[in-house]
Design a protein around this ligand. Structure first.
Ligand code: ATP
Ligand code: MG
Length: 277
């Protein structure tokens, strides 16, 4: 994470250059307001997410970015506003329903089981898809076993996709930070989400780890067709891989558009340079 005002609009170092084709709006957030007691985390925020796009949310520390993701996947219920997901209108999402209906996420601070292996951590991402419960597993060994095999197959596919075969049996706590973040991505992907919410997937990484993560995010988007909502502080990365960017500052939306539009928006430049309000 960077301090308020220290993030400048650098030109990106790496050009991925792919022009992705986006579809219709699948997630529409309308006039969302969220407060915690006296703290207004979000004020009247509206933006949409189109199918198959990479949509970035940027803004200085405390701008409300994580709160926005928490509204989308139902951790927080906004006091005002409406969420339209796949044509269904609702005030807030329910966490379990959001996950069931194809919204997966990673967290700003890694949330993995450190003592468990990479494979087992990734398998926990399949929980929602598991039909058989403990009793069923005890009674009908056959079907439960077949299901287990299917889930493992999916987990192994994701492990191959993320190129972490060599560490599949390693306890996550022993891995370097960059790889832990990749495992967390794997756990979200194994749920086969339609929308993937990534909260600072590259924070604290070195340049090489960031480039790897960028490549995986683009591959997920291209090859798995997953829609991505991404919070990221590295402007080079944001400008390079996102289709559209929404900019928050003090819980309000101050910019929304293509990377070029946002880069030349004076309100956005002021927010990042820490100009007084
Ligand atoms: N659970 C909570 N209880 C009280 N206040 C909260 C809570 N979560 C967030 N806030 C407040 O809401 C505001 C927005 O916080 P949020 O974490 O969404 O910002 P952010 O843009 O993700 O910041 P960062 O870049 O530091 O991660 C902040 O003022 C924060 O202190
Ligand atoms: Mg945050």
């Amino acid at each position: 994470m960077m301090e308020h005002g220290t993030m400048l609009m650098n030109e990106p170092d790496v050009h991925f250059g792919a022009q992705r084709k986006t579809g219709p709006v699948i997630l529409d957030l309308k006039n969302i307001s969220l407060s915690f007691g006296g703290v207004k985390a979000l004020t009247d925020i509206s933006f949409d997410v189109k199918q198959h796009e990479i949509r970035a949310i940027i803004g200085p520390n405390g701008a409300g970015k994580s709160s926005m993701l928490n509204v989308i996947n139902g951790v927080y219920r906004p006091q005002q506003g409406e969420i339209i997901y796949r044509g269904e209108h609702r005030r807030g999402m329910d966490c379990y329903e959001a996950a069931k209906s194809g919204i997966a996420r990673t967290f700003q601070n890694i949330a993995l089981f450190k003592g468990m292996t990479v494979l087992d951590n990734i398998m926990t991402g399949r929980n929602l898809k598991m039909k058989s419960n403990f009793l069923l597993q005890a009674l009908y060994w056959g079907p439960a076993r077949r299901e287990e095999i299917e889930h493992r197959k999916k987990a192994e596919e994701i492990i191959d996709f993320l190129e972490i075969q060599a560490i599949r049996k390693t306890p996550v706590g022993r891995l370097p930070y960059g790889l832990q973040k990749r495992v967390e991505l794997g756990r979200a992907l194994v749920a086969e989400p339609e929308i993937l919410l990534l909260d600072e997937p590259m924070a604290g990484m070195n340049v090489e780890e960031k480039q790897d993560m960028c490549r995986f995010i683009l591959d997920v988007n291209d090859q798995l067709g997953t829609t991505i909502v991404l919070i990221e502080h590295d402007m080079g990365v944001v400008m390079d891989i996102s289709d559209r960017v929404v900019v928050l500052d003090y819980g309000r939306k101050i910019g929304d558009g293509t990377p070029d539009e946002v880069r030349s928006n004076q309100d956005v430049i002021n927010a990042y340079l820490g100009v007084a309000h």
